[in-house]
Design a protein around this ligand. Structure first.
Ligand code: PLP
Length: 412
């Protein structure tokens, strides 16, 4: 899967995996056709070919659960953008993360994970890996590298981080944690969904494996659910493939593979505009008296701004902020917006806004939310690529609605 090309990320995003002569299309399509076939004609019975010898790079396919030409084209592109050799595409980010963890641990092992993970991943670790499979999981405030070092033991087989996190946009030091994991011979995985391969490449900083929810920035248009895993470790890639194809049987469908392949072409353009808008929104919010805190790594006021500047190529398009008022005021603010849609998820071209305590992080207990700094009036924004002034005007509208006293009918 290693790319023999030394091109810029902007070029790889458009072309890698879709060289016309490789798509197997007699018509010479410049975009990958959507190969819907579940099975492929074999050369004959007297062939010596075994399943292990099948080489998708040479245009050889047997059965679409194992590999499929459209998915393979996408996997080549995902690997090249992340700076990895092997990539696998899954039907969701959750499936990608589950298969990654499954490929790295056995019952009885110890896992160290960021306490500030996507709530679904945290529940997976607690309910499935701890609750059902008998592993031990230590959740740690990984903004503090020393706390990670203190949590890792000789039994630790797997370290799982997310940076920046959701929804408090906290960071952890990928290179430092890679060093800690390596010294204990533990596999180190990073969920790179929020930064995307455009702004951050954890494999280059020492991570062993990277996962994405392609549902977010990589596809970028809020019209496909999918996931990806990328690694440079041949043995881990073999285990991941085994678990994907045989253990779990989960893969991205051809149509979704096509959508992500297409979405990736504009990843660099989209990310640049997401960041421009997010920076403008963050600066606007920081100036508002109704706002008590803005969490965006591009702001100098972010406690980990320097770390972000070191390990990321940009600050991304997601931020969160705190309102000084009550939940009712936050609701009035959200309901008045016209450009920002009230919805979970992030990373699409359209701006989305949500209240984590009542939506994405509602499954956590109030105590867990308090530890993570998720107050009832914390608002998360996935800033889209729309016109900057329209977005700022919309937020102004929200603050206007907040300021208006509630309708009280008074008798004359
Ligand atoms: C950081 C992060 N990782 C993983 C996931 C799970 O991805 P999916 O919804 O594609 O299963 C999400 C979903 O919101 C997420 O935000």
């Amino acid at each position: 899967m290693e790319s023999d090309r030394d091109s810029l990320l902007e070029t790889l995003a458009v072309t890698e995996g879709e060289e016309p002569f490789r798509t197997g299309s007699e018509a010479g399509d410049v975009v990958s056709p959507i190969h819907l076939s579940s099975t492929f004609a074999l050369p004959g019975l007297d062939t010596e070919m075994s399943l292990e010898d099948i080489d998708p790079d040479a245009g050889e396919f047997v059965y679409s659960r194992l590999s499929n030409p459209t998915r393979h084209a996408l996997e080549k592109r995902l690997a090249s953008l992340e700076g990895g050799e092997h990539a696998m595409a899954f039907s969701s980010g959750t499936a990608a993360i589950f298969t990654t963890i499954l490929s790295c641990v056995e019952p009885g092992d110890h896992i160290v994970a960021f306490d500030d993970l996507y709530a679904g991943t945290r529940r997976m670790l607690e309910a499935v890996f701890e609750g059902r499979l008998g592993l031990e999981v230590t959740f740690v405030d990984a903004t503090d590298t020393d706390a990670v070092a203190a949590a890792v033991t000789d039994d630790t087989e797997f370290v799982w981080m997310e940076t920046p996190t959701n929804p408090t946009i906290a960071l952890c030091d990928i290179e430092a944690i890679a060093g800690i994991a390596e010294s204990y011979d533990a596999t180190f995985g990073v969920d790179n969904t929020f930064a995307s391969s455009y702004f951050q490449r954890p494999l280059e900083l020492g991570a062993d494996v990277v996962a994405h929810s392609t549902t977010k920035y990589l596809n970028g248009h809020s019209d496909s659910v999918g996931g990806a895993v990328i690694t440079n470790d041949d043995a881990l890639a073999e285990e991941l493939r085994f678990q994907q194809q045989v253990g779990v049987g989960d893969m991205l469908a051809p149509f979704d593979s096509y959508l992500v392949l297409r979405g990736l072409k504009t990843l660099p353009l989209r990310m640049a505009q997401h960041e421009r808008n997010a920076m403008a929104v963050a600066a606007f919010l920081e100036d508002r008296e109704e706002v008590t805190a803005v969490h965006y790594p591009g702001l100098e006021s972010h406690p980990q701004h320097d770390l972000a500047s070191e390990q990321m190529d940009g600050y991304g398009g997601i931020l969160s902020f705190e309102l000084e008022d009550e939940l009712a005021d936050a609701k009035r603010f959200l309901e008045a917006l016209e450009e920002f849609t009230l919805a979970v998820s992030v990373g699409g071209v359209e701006s989305l806004i949500e209240l984590p305590a009542g939506m994405t992080h509602e499954p956590l207990s109030p105590e867990e939310r308090e530890v993570l700094g998720i107050s009832d009036t914390l608002i998360r924004v996935s800033v889209g690529v729309e016109g900057t002034e329209d977005l700022l005007g919309d937020l102004e509208r929200g603050f206007g609605a907040m300021a208006r006293p509630s309708m009280v009918v008074e008798d004359d």
